[in-house]
Ligand binder design. Sequence first.
Ligand code: PA5
Length: 436
Amino acid sequence: MSSPFLRYDASNMWSKRIGSAGVAESAFERLLPRLEKAKNHLEQLRTSGKQGFFDLPFEKKMTQTIEQIAREVQKSFSYLIVIGIGGSDLGARTLYQSLHTNKQNQHHLCVDFVNNPDPDSLGNLLDRSSDEWKKTAIHVVSKSGSTLETMANFLVLRERLIRAVGVKKHAAHIFVTTDIGQGSLFELATEHGYFILPHPKHVGGRFAVLSSVGLFSAACAGIPICRILNGAKSIEKTYAKEGIEHDSACFAGLHYLAYAKKHQHIHVLMPYIDRLSMFTFWYRQLWAESLGKKYTIGPTPVAALGAIDQHSQIQLYQDGPMDKVITFIRCEKNTRCISIPKTFRTHAHIGYLAGRELGDILRAEQEGTAEALANDGRPNGTLFIPSLSPESLGALFQFYEHATVYLAELFGVNAFDQPGVEAGKKEIRKRLGEKK
Ligand code: PA5
């Protein structure tokens, strides 16, 4: 039984379909005891409370607080600027890109995201009029509360806000998500009276999208966050019944064998849905930071987009080295139904397009690409969602987080740390003259 919002078709991953580059059923069977061991360890992490991401979809109190504060924010402001980077940025951006619509009512905030301390990007926000700044709220997100890019951007924008509204009133514009009790951001928030939506305990940045990290800006933009969580819950509920037979565990097992036995070290994610392009960047971080460990281990995640990358990357995927696994995402139904006019139905070369729906064209392109790759012995799988909805996006997030931690268990690495990132952060701060 799959989640009603997400289903994985692995047919083109198996050797019986694509030949020697595919995974043999016997190899997968031999992996089952290791998957079972992974499951037990993950269950331990969940029940001991050491890892909290599994349970985020069920955090009722957190959701109610986010919704209530978002409603307040909507009453007072028109714009929201979200400041964060990495796991404190990509999930929130994905939610906004995928689910925000222009048709929303006047209370729904228009959201901008700031991650890089690039003066040319930040300049556009600084140039906004003081009247606009009076209607602007800021959500600053940093688990550690000390990330230099986030703090640099925050300090600049905070100053601009103060110029527009005055120091006395500025605190009412600022909302903070950070670890309670530690870090510079927590100190500033406490000192100046900024509203704190706590970063969930025992949840790392890249696993935190379904907390205030991602959900607060979504709720401010009018996105129904309960529906996102319902989609994520559907993954948890089906997983609770199926254990290692769940699609996410199967997905992890197949990717592990592809990597370890077939040297397919490049894992491409290629939705055929424009509004999931940011999701591929979220995936890229999740895969890279969780699995790239111990100097030797780590599949390289690649973000692609169909059909655009058929005209850019597919030559390499179809004809280049046999070192890739490709996962497609397709939706069964689009929100809009747009057909091609029948004006040129008798035309020799474009007549076949007459009357066709654009969504059906994309689906045919995805199917054809998957089939051509499989015919050439190239492993690929497809994640099906009924439509791009809050539920299916919630399910996709939870599915990938599950698959990632399973894969980390199989690789024997810790999915939840990022020593490489920390090492870089330390060196950079040294160069910028941080006092010890
Ligand atoms: O996933 C992670 O842990 C990282 O990508 C962090 O999210 C990123 O480095 C930002 O850290 P912080 O939230 O502490 O500002």
